[in-house]
Design a protein around this ligand. Structure first.
Ligand SMILES: C[S@@+](CC[C@H](N)C(=O)[O-])C[C@H]1O[C@@H](n2cnc3c(N)ncnc32)[C@H](O)[C@@H]1O
Length: 254
């Protein structure tokens, strides 16, 4: 079952609902750089590149990047950024990567792995396109290592519903190690605060987080109402940062 159809939902609001500040983007790019080899350029794949939140920054920091994205609407939004040196966007998916064998030094999947329907096929494709010795950066959540953003618990069963969208960590590790990858690192990256809790509420109202698809309209409204009350009780309070997992694999050098 498709978790979210980005061609009909979310594409309009995703860039706004999930916008990153310059500081947040810098923290993520630094985290990627820290788990990648030091030579430049590196040829990258941004798999499930969406509206291109990361693709141009990856190209600037590391070298040419291909964003691969199944949703035509999300690719259209990414294209509104105009020409960015070293960036191209192609139609495709993790299960069907439109690039040659061993052509990438790394692949980033930023919150796209849980959308991948045929994970076994995606593992085969990633193993095909990433060079021996290359890296796979999986910014994913895991059922048993799930971040706890301050707002999630306000939704009825929010934490359980959100965690259920993701595989347990050991399952993901088993899938990739069976295909010849090894775990290079498992880090928690603390993304800087997006602003006040009120700012975060404004973003949540756009409902661009996957777990909304698993809540009833009443549960969504109930959660937003509770957050409104919490925000009103402490106007101007900052939205606390929270730590998010980044799992890095290395493809066995042949
Ligand atoms: C939460 S968004 C993340 C987008 C981008 N990586 C970011 O962080 O802004 C998930 C993206 O995964 C894409 N997606 C869905 N199924 C996919 C698949 N099988 N392979 C690759 N990407 C997929 C969606 O179309 C969507 O753009």
């Amino acid at each position: 079952m498709t978790l979210v159809d980005y061609d009909t939902e979310q594409y309009r609001d995703y860039a706004r609902g999930r916008a990153l500040s310059a500081e947040q983007l810098r923290v993520w790019v630094d985290a990627f750089v820290a788990v990648l080899p030091g030579r430049r350029p590196l040829t990258g794949l941004d798999v499930g590149s969406g509206t291109g939140r990361f693709t141009p920054a990856l190209a600037e920091a590391l070298g040419p990047v291909t964003g691969v994205e199944p949703s035509a609407r999300m690719r259209e939004v990414a294209a509104t950024q105009g020409h960015r040196p070293g960036v191209r966007y192609l139609a495709g998916a993790a299960e069907n990567l439109p690039v040659p064998d061993a052509s990438a030094d790394y692949a980033l999947l930023f919150l796209s792995w849980h959308h991948v329907g045929d994970k076994a096929r995606a593992v085969r494709e990633l193993s095909r396109v990433v060079r021996p010795g290359g890296r796979l950066l999986l910014r994913a959540n895991f059922r048993d290592h799930h971040p706890r953003p301050w707002w999630l618990g306000y939704f009825p069963h929010g934490y359980e519903v959100d965690a259920s969208l993701f595989q347990p960590l050991h399952e993901v590790i088993a899938m990739f190690t069976a295909a010849g990858w090894r775990v290079a690192s498992f880090d928690m990256v603390t993304e800087p605060s997006p602003g006040t809790r009120e700012d975060m509420l404004e973003r949540l109202r756009l409902r661009t987080f996957s777990f909304f698809a698993r809540l009833s309209p009443d549960e969504q409204d109930e959660g937003l109402r509770r957050i409104e009350q919490a925000v009103a009780a402490e106007p101007g309070a900052p939205s606390p940062p929270f730590a998010e997992p980044l799992l890095t694999f290395e493809r066995s050098p042949r």
